[in-house]
Every structure is written in structure tokens, then in C-alpha cells.
Design a protein around this ligand. Structure first.
Ligand SMILES: Nc1nc2c(ncn2[C@@H]2O[C@H](COP(=O)(O)OP(=O)(O)OP(=O)(O)O)[C@@H](O)[C@H]2O)c(=O)[nH]1
Ligand SMILES: [K+]
Ligand SMILES: [Mg+2]
Length: 445
């Protein structure tokens, strides 16, 4: 829960910068703005230059650009003021000091401005989540997906489904309320057809192989393979830095080493893992267990084999056990000839991390695969587990509706489905969700 009142926060990062923006929102924003400037309220939505003062001493703290957004046409729907200050630490500190001394004014909690925008009906929950994702976006594809969601693409989809269900519900209730009216039999069939069509759409949306979630969270790519194949060397090459220790000793890597990459605009979480081999060393064994667990949950597995000690039987074993997405044979610089054996999965690539041979082709292939796993389709993608869970539960209610033994129970199942979908956009009681959703927001947003 958040309390009312007027809040303020630094909207730009802490520390030195060219410009720093301090934002105020709430009923006292105008009065405080007047008090710390020259007593006049600036015209709405026009930039003005003013001295910002300490009202107690009259001392000028900075010369700032001021923006005044009278309610309700503001981000939060409340009176909002923005001070664009010079971004020096002392300037920011002095202005924040003065603001914190103003009665009725308090520092905003993380996400509180956006929370107020939501409560004022300026944004629905999926747009709020899109905004959070946009601020967190680190790659092109993430930025595009977030902007689309913030703009209401998901909201429109879910609200559309909810509106259709509400119409079905109204008909279903009419059947209960007027049982003697002899409503045409086709009404019932029509309702069932509409629900069946909706179920198909929901299923298609759910069956997107976690595309949107992957794009938000990063596509998980594991490098697995026998000891000394060059897995750590490959990770370092992709990361462009020495993130993992490389050595000629087999069994060097024990822990899973994760690095974040931007591959062709897509976010990737790449993991280097312990070499898979029989070992008597308990620590190494634990490392191998972790490697297998990480790889099992990964979206994509690169099986890296050692071309210097290439062995058909071992290769066949690895490919059948580790379920690789791509087989790469490393150290082509040491290989007499490219193994033509059928045990190498048809599309295996031959590379040398050391000499660079084949690496450009490998990178292009990896970028292609990552894009295939997360590229947005025509329809807006489901981006959060929260949406998935609500839709799955709505889906169950709709399946029950189709089987319902009485009109009363059928209507109740529809009501449940409407409610679950309403929770995604925040149309119905979501008080319990808000703290979780706004928890990860930055301060000042
Ligand atoms: N000749 C040659 N040597 C390579 C190549 N790639 C890696 N190496 C060498 O192979 C050895 C093992 O490399 P690592 O990257 O540590 O191999 P790893 O698979 O991570 O090894 P573990 O963590 O012990 O399983 C090192 O001496 C590397 O310099 C390559 O393409 N050609
Ligand atoms: K090694
Ligand atoms: Mg290693």
C-alpha cells in the first residue's frame, strides 16, 4: 500500500550528469513549486527558466528549467512539476534537502509515480510492465517488445478477450434469469462456439514457446562438452573478454560461468560449464552435476567437441546423451582431416577458437538460432509468467464451462475466466499484485 500526499524523487541517475531531473507529484506540487521559485505558477506544459531557491534563506540553489503539468493531463494524473537542474552532486543535494523540509512532501517509493498513473487509470498493468521492461531493456529486440507492450498491444489483446467473454456471460445469465422464455437452442450453441474459438486463440497465444518471456529474460545458451574441448575459450571469445579461466589442464572449469551477451539485438545468457568426464574428484563431480542441470534447463545447447582427440564413439555418446541443439568440433587447426563419420550430427560445424577458422560462420549461425527462439511474431507476445498463469487458469475455467452440467455452473465458470483475464490488465481487484509489480521499479519512475 502507498499513502497519498505529494511525493518527489530524482528521476535521473544518482551522481554527476549534465542535467538532473527532479519530479514532484500530488496536490502540493504547485504550492511547493511556487515557494521554491518566484511565487508564480508557470503556464501549463511550457518550459520556463527560473531560479530555484531555499525559501528559508532566500539563497539561490540553481537556475533551472521548470515544467508544470496541472492535473489531470500529467503522467500520474495529478499535479506534476519537473525541475531540470544542472546535474552536479551539490546542486542535487541542496534541492533535495530543501524539498524534504517542505511540509506534506515526502520522498517517493520506487515505482510510486507509475503506481499513481495506474491508479488514476492512465495505464493498465501490462503497460506498466512494458514501461518497466523498457527502462530495463538492454538490446534492440527487448526495446521493441517493451515499447509495443507499453503502447497497449497486450492490453488490447486481453481486454478484447475479456469483452467477448463478458458478452457471452451476459447471454448465459439471460438463460438463467429467463428460463421460461424458451431462448432459442442456437443461443446455447452460439455461446459454446464463441468460447471454443476463444480457447483456440488463448492456446495459440500460450503455445508461443516462451518467446516473449525469453526475450525479456534472455535466451539461455549452454556450452557443454568433454573436458578441454575449449568451452571456456569459446565463452571468452563470444564475450570478448577473459570471463572464464582457460588452461591446458582438463577439468579447469568447475562452477557454471554465466555472461550476458547481445547477439544481433537479442539478449543471451551464455554459460560455460564443467567438462563432462568420469572423475573421482567430488568437487569436479558436483561441477558436472551443475553443468548438466543448467544445460537441461537451457533454451539452446552447444555441444563442443575436441577435434584434437576426436573420437567417434565418444561423440556418439555425447550427442545421444546431452541432447545438443548444435554440435561444434573445435581445434580444427590441430585436425588432420574433418571427421566425415555419420556419428557427427549432420550439421556439425568445424571451428578453431584459436586460429579463428570457422568462427564467423559459427557466430552467424548462433545469431540466427537465437533470433529464431525469441523473434517477435505478428501477434504481441506473452512476456510474463504472471500472464501465463492467469491465462492458464482462465483456460481451465472455459474448459469447465464447456462441460458444465447446469447453466448456473456454466455462468460461474465464465465469471471466473473473466476475472482471471481482468487481473492481467488490472481491471479487477489486483491490490495483492501491486507491491510485487512495483517492487522492481527504479526510484523516480
Ligand atoms: N590448438 C588449439 N587449442 C585450443 C583451441 N581452443 C582452445 N584450445 C586450448 O585447449 C585448452 C583447453 O581450453 P579450455 O578453454 O580451458 O577448455 P575447456 O573445455 O573449458 O576445459 P575444461 O574447463 O577443463 O573442461 C587450452 O590450452 C586452450 O588454449 C583451438 O581452437 N585450437
Ligand atoms: K581446460
Ligand atoms: Mg573450462
Amino acid at each position: 500500500m502507498t499513502s497519498p500526499g505529494t511525493i518527489f524523487a530524482l528521476a535521473t541517475p544518482q551522481g554527476r550528469s549534465g542535467v538532473a531531473v527532479v519530479r514532484l507529484s500530488g496536490p502540493s506540487a504547485g504550492a511547493v513549486l511556487q515557494k521554491i521559485t518566484d511565487g508564480r505558477l508557470p503556464p501549463g506544459r511550457k518550459v520556463v527558466l527560473r531560479s530555484v531557491r531555499d525559501p528559508e534563506t532566500g539563497q539561490v540553489l540553481d537556475s533551472a528549467l521548470i515544467l508544470w503539468f496541472p492535473a489531470p493531463a500529467s503522467f500520474t494524473g495529478e499535479d506534476v512539476a519537473e525541475l531540470h537542474l544542472h546535474g552536479g552532486r551539490a546542486v542535487i543535494a541542496a534541492v533535495m534537502q530543501v524539498l524534504s523540509r517542505q511540509p506534506g512532501l515526502r520522498l517517493a517509493e520506487p515505482g510510486e509515480f507509475t503506481r499513481r498513473a495506474f491508479l488514476a487509470g492512465k495505464m493498465d498493468l501490462t503497460s506498466v510492465e512494458g514501461l518497466a521492461d523498457l527502462i530495463d531493456a538492454e538490446t534492440e529486440a527487448q526495446r521493441r517488445q517493451a515499447l509495443r507492450q507499453m503502447g497497449g498491444a497486450l492490453s488490447a489483446l486481453y481486454e478484447g478477450w475479456r469483452a467477448r467473454l463478458l458478452r457471452v456471460l451476459a447471454h448465459a445469465e439471460a438463460i438463467i434469469d429467463f428460463p421460461d422464455e424458451d431462448l432459442p437452442e442456437e443461443t446455447n450453441a452460439h455461446l459454446r462456439a464463441e468460447v471454443t474459438a476463444l480457447l483456440e486463440e488463448i492456446d495459440a497465444h500460450l503455445a508461443d514457446s516462451r518467446r516473449g518471456e525469453r526475450l525479456r529474460e534472455g535466451i539461455r545458451v549452454a556450452i557443454i562438452g568433454p573436458a578441454n574441448a575449449g568451452k571456456s575459450s569459446l565463452l571468452n571469445w563470444l564475450a570478448g573478454r577473459d570471463a572464464a579461466i582457460v588452461s591446458a589442464t582438463a577439468g579447469t572449469t568447475r562452477d557454471v560461468i554465466e555472461v550476458h551477451l547481445d547477439l544481433g539485438g537479442y539478449p543471451v545468457l551464455l554459460a560455460d560449464t564443467a567438462g563432462l568426464r568420469e572423475t573421482a574428484d567430488a568437487l569436479e563431480e558436483e561441477g558436472i552435476r551443475r553443468a548438466r542441470r543448467w544445460a537441461r534447463e537451457a533454451d539452446y545447447r552447444i555441444l563442443l567437441l575436441d577435434g584434437a582427440v576426436y573420437d567417434e564413439r565418444q561423440t556418439a555418446e555425447f550427442t545421444s546423451q546431452e541432447n545438443p541443439s548444435l554440435v561444434v568440433v573445435n581445434k580444427s587447426d590441430l585436425m588432420m582431416s574433418w571427421p566425415t563419420s555419420a556419428t557427427v550430427v549432420g550439421e556439425a560445424l568445424s571451428v578453431s577458437v584459436k586460429s579463428g577458422q570457422g568462427m564467423a560462420g559459427f557466430l552467424a549461425r548462433l545469431e540466427q538460432e537465437v533470433a529464431r527462439l525469441a523473434a517477435p511474431g505478428e501477434a504481441p507476445a506473452l512476456t510474463r509468467i504472471r500472464h501465463r498463469m492467469a491465462l492458464e487458469s482462465a483456460r481451465e475455467s472455459l474448459m469447465r464451462f464447456l462441460q458444465a452440467p447446469s447453466p448456473d455452473l456454466a455462468a460461474e465458470d465464465l465469471r471466473l475466466a473473466v476475472r482471471e483475464i481482468g487481473r492481467i490488465t488490472g481491471r479487477v481487484d489486483v491490490e495483492d499484485l501491486l507491491d510485487v509489480i512495483f517492487r522492481d521499479f527504479c526510484l523516480g519512475k
